[in-house]
Design a protein around this ligand. Structure first.
Ligand SMILES: [Zn+2]
Length: 328
């Protein structure tokens, strides 16, 4: 039986075997820690978290994680990092839904406490404690570099096919992490301007991890994804796992954006003045009324603003889109 079927049938943890060079342990359902049996000679191995399926309907990242898992189990991919593989929201993955009760990627950093107990609030709590457990492992504690890549796919089309969202952080972004993102052939980077409840923000803020949310394109139902379309990302992840991130970018220069504003739906009368099929990174002209609610009109105040994740159908109090400004 293939690994994807085992994962969906909740049988993967007792059917997966690794070569003797890898020490494996399940820290929670769908969370697998893999450590090399012997540390590399020159310096401690880097710590690396790769997560997928935080949104259960985003299939391609789950398939990529399964592919990496299978290569590690077969000894085809050398393990030179302290690795944590996370299948984010298994009940939602099994049902092919984004989430069951609440969007899991808004609940981290303790925000789950403000929500009723349910599938996602208990999973956010569990994942936070599992991350703590991973970094408390004496081997992992010795790692001088910590990275977290949280893999997602977008629902809508995008002017930049693949992009990373970097959480807001007071410290500098690590140069070698930005270099890895560039060399992984992404098209754009987006820097957040405020804290958020995402998984990547949590690991960045609480564990000093170089983290990001990776949007790697559009996904199809399980088994129908053409994984070749995501091969740049799979290869870049394999390089990190094998401790050799030395590939060089061949595509045109990466574009940089930063978040300047969040459009918040504050009332049922909220109306977003964009067609449903508006692509991510669509440019909006100055003076354009992008949204309206009650007596408030939301206009674009400066030239060269771009829209990201527009969605009028969110609950009141939630974000209906992000406004970006181009840096490079
Ligand atoms: Zn997602």
């Amino acid at each position: 039986m293939d690994l994807l079927t085992l994962l969906r049938e909740n049988k993967i943890d007792n059917k997966l075997y690794f070569p003797p060079t890898i020490k494996s342990s399940w820290l929670a359902e769908g969370v697998l820690q893999l450590l090399p049996q012997s540390e590399p000679q020159e310096k401690p191995a880097d710590a690396l978290i790769i997560s997928a399926g935080i949104h259960g309907n985003e299939t391609a990242p789950v398939e990529i994680l399964i592919q990496l898992l299978s290569q590690l189990a077969q000894g085809k991919l050398p393990l030179q990092s302290h690795l944590l593989l996370v299948f984010g929201n298994l009940p939602a993955i099994r049902e092919g839904r984004r989430y069951l009760d609440h969007d899991l990627n808004r609940l981290f950093g303790g925000r789950y406490q403000h929500f009723s107990l349910g599938n996602e609030s208990s999973r956010a709590m569990e994942l936070e404690s599992v991350i703590q457990q991973f970094f408390n492992d004496p081997a992992v504690m010795a790692s001088t570099k910590r990275r977290h890549l949280d893999l997602h796919t977008a629902i809508r089309g995008s002017c930049h096919e693949q992009f990373a969202l970097l959480p807001y952080q007071a410290r500098e972004y690590a140069a070698d992490f930005l270099q890895w993102l560039e060399d992984s052939e992404l098209d754009a980077l987006v820097f957040h301007n405020t804290a958020g409840g995402t998984f990547s923000h949590f690991t960045s803020e609480h564990f000093n991890v170089d983290s990001c949310t990776l949007e790697i394109g559009k996904a199809l139902p399980f088994g129908q994804n053409d994984l070749a379309k995501f091969s740049n990302m799979t290869t870049a992840l394999q390089d990190l796992i094998a401790g050799d991130p030395s590939r060089k970018r061949t595509k045109p220069a990466l574009k940089h954006y930063r978040v300047v504003d969040a459009i918040i739906k504050q009332h049922d009368s909220f109306q977003l003045n964009l067609p449903e099929d508006t692509k991510n990174f669509t440019e909006l002209s100055e003076g354009f009324e992008i949204a309206r609610q009650q007596h408030q009109s939301w206009k674009i105040r400066s030239p060269a603003n771009f829209i990201l994740f527009p969605n009028a159908h969110v609950a009141v109090g939630l974000r209906a889109g992000l406004l970006l400004e181009k840096l490079t």
